[in-house]
Design a protein around this ligand. Structure first.
Ligand SMILES: Nc1ncnc2c1ncn2[C@@H]1O[C@H](COP(=O)(O)OP(=O)(O)OP(=O)(O)O)[C@@H](O)[C@H]1O
Length: 437
């Protein structure tokens, strides 16, 4: 629905900050245009300057260098046409839903008699009809977020800026709220002319946006742009969608090798089935966090056993896992986080699960197990049955180890559940439909 009329333009924008005595470039030479009718998503690791850009766009900060134009006119002071919705909404706990929304209207100078009908209409539009008199504490996280949207829309912004609006919600609430926001946006029920959404969530960006802007840090800059030309409603499981997901991950993971070579094949297929390194999620997450704290996100593998106090075999398995999942690259004895690895290390637990799920779904062994469960009665299989099947590829001890890893990783990613008492593996409902893989 892009009309190609620029709403907002950043031209050679640069932001310097001072940290102690040192001045550093937080955002370097950013050129960005948001057109009318466009939904743009901004992706990138923590610290790449996303919030800084939002502050510059909304006029809360004047950039050290460069120009900000709104409808072709240089922006002076706060941008009256833009509003930010934050990750968590600071609702006033002593006010009802309706009063919280009315307050935003009052701040906007809407006359008293108009406030009530407009607040009720907004509450209705975000799907909170019936909760007008409820207090924030009576609402679920998703419902509070909806009040936040209603408040943001009360301001009728032309440019709606969203700063990780779904990241504090559980998976189901986040998904339903994404759908509702998209419905409001696509149906033209809100006066918003463009949306700019900051997110760590790649699938969310591809699901919602018309264009992705991918940033990296040190210094914060735009490294890639990608149009998303899929029709709405977009199907996460469609091959086109999955292709785009792969492209963005590859961009972030800096993949160079064709994947079939790296990942091996699934049991029963020609080629070698690659055994998964025996590494728990906790160890992997701890390792990525450690790398994230090193200068340039880089460490000499040779020194890692001593620095981390673990044996070198364990380090090799950790580095192999990080590389296999695209979280790190290994070169000349050094391991370095990829932007995806940085994103994972810095993400919330929920975002981590989603990133991890996307990565492991691509592993032939995990794909094989999920397909096996998909075909099983009630999507459930006995542990023993799966282990025996794995023995076609691995010696008995190894088959058991592989199954333990698959369960540990699959559970964390919420792809499957495991009932330890009954020894049963079950597919999580979200994994039931066949994915295009
Ligand atoms: N007011 C400030 N003074 C000094 N440094 C700052 C200031 N605001 C941000 N920074 C630094 O500038 C860099 C970019 O920060 P910014 O918050 O814009 O990144 P971000 O991509 O939004 O990160 P996150 O995803 O964690 O919110 C970071 O290194 C941050 O520490």
């Amino acid at each position: 629905m892009t009309d190609q009329k620029p709403l907002l333009q950043l031209i050679h924008v640069q932001q310097l900050y001072t940290s102690g005595r040192r001045q550093f470039v937080a955002v370097q030479d950013v050129n960005l245009t948001i057109n009318e009718g466009e939904f743009v998503a901004l992706l990138g690791p923590s610290g790449c300057g996303k919030s800084t850009l939002l502050r510059i766009i909304t006029g809360l900060r004047r950039p050290s260098e460069g120009r900000v134009l709104y409808r072709g006119i240089p922006l002076e002071g706060v941008n009256p046409y833009a509003t930010i919705v934050f990750q968590t909404f600071a609702l006033f706990p002593w006010l009802t839903v309706q009063e919280n929304v009315e307050l935003a209207l009052r701040a906007r100078g809407v006359p008293a008699e108009e406030r009530k009908p407009r607040a009720l209409d907004l509450i209705d539009r975000v799907g909170l009809d019936g909760f007008e008199t409820a207090y924030p504490r009576e609402l679920s996280g998703g419902m509070r977020q909806k009040v936040g949207f209603a408040r943001a829309m009360a301001v009728e912004p032309e440019l709606l800026c969203l700063d990780e609006p779904f990241s504090a919600l559980d998976v189901l609430s986040a998904e339903s709220l994404r759908g509702e926001l998209l419905e409001l946006w696509l149906s033209g029920k809100i006066p918003t002319r463009a949306i700019l959404m900051v997110t760590h969530n790649i699938e969310e960006a591809i699901l919602m946006a018309d264009r992705l802007i991918i940033m990296d840090k040190d210094p914060g800059r735009i490294v890639a742009e990608m149009p998303i030309a899929l029709f709405h409603p977009r199907q996460r499981k469609s091959p086109e969608f999955q292709d785009l997901v792969d492209q963005v991950y590859a961009l972030l993971a800096g993949q160079t090798q064709p994947e079939p070579i790296e990942l091996g094949s699934a049991p029963g297929e020609p080629g070698r089935t690659r055994a998964l390194p025996q590494i728990t999620i906790n160890d992997l997450a701890g390792f990525l966090e450690y790398l994230n704290e090193q200068p340039n996100y880089r460490a000499d593998i040779f020194h890692l056993p001593e620095d981390l106090g673990v044996d070198s075999d364990h380090i090799l398995r950790l580095t192999e896992t990080a590389e296999l999942l695209g979280f790190a690259t290994i070169e000349k004895g050094d391991i370095q986080l990829t932007p995806l690895g940085e994103t994972f290390a810095q993400a919330s637990i929920l975002a981590r699960k989603e990133i991890f799920a996307t990565r492991i779904r691509r592993l032939p062994l995990m794909r094989w197990l999920l397909n096996l469960l998909r075909r099983a009665e009630e999507n459930t299989l006995d542990w023993e049955v799966v282990r025996t099947a794995l023995e076609l590829e691995f010696p008995p001890d190894e088959a058991e180890r592989q199954l333990d890893i698959l369960i540990d990783w699959g559970r964390y990613a919420e792809l499957l559940a495991y009932d330890d008492n009954r020894g049963l593996l079950t597919l999580e409902p979200a994994s039931v439909p066949e994915r295009a893989m």
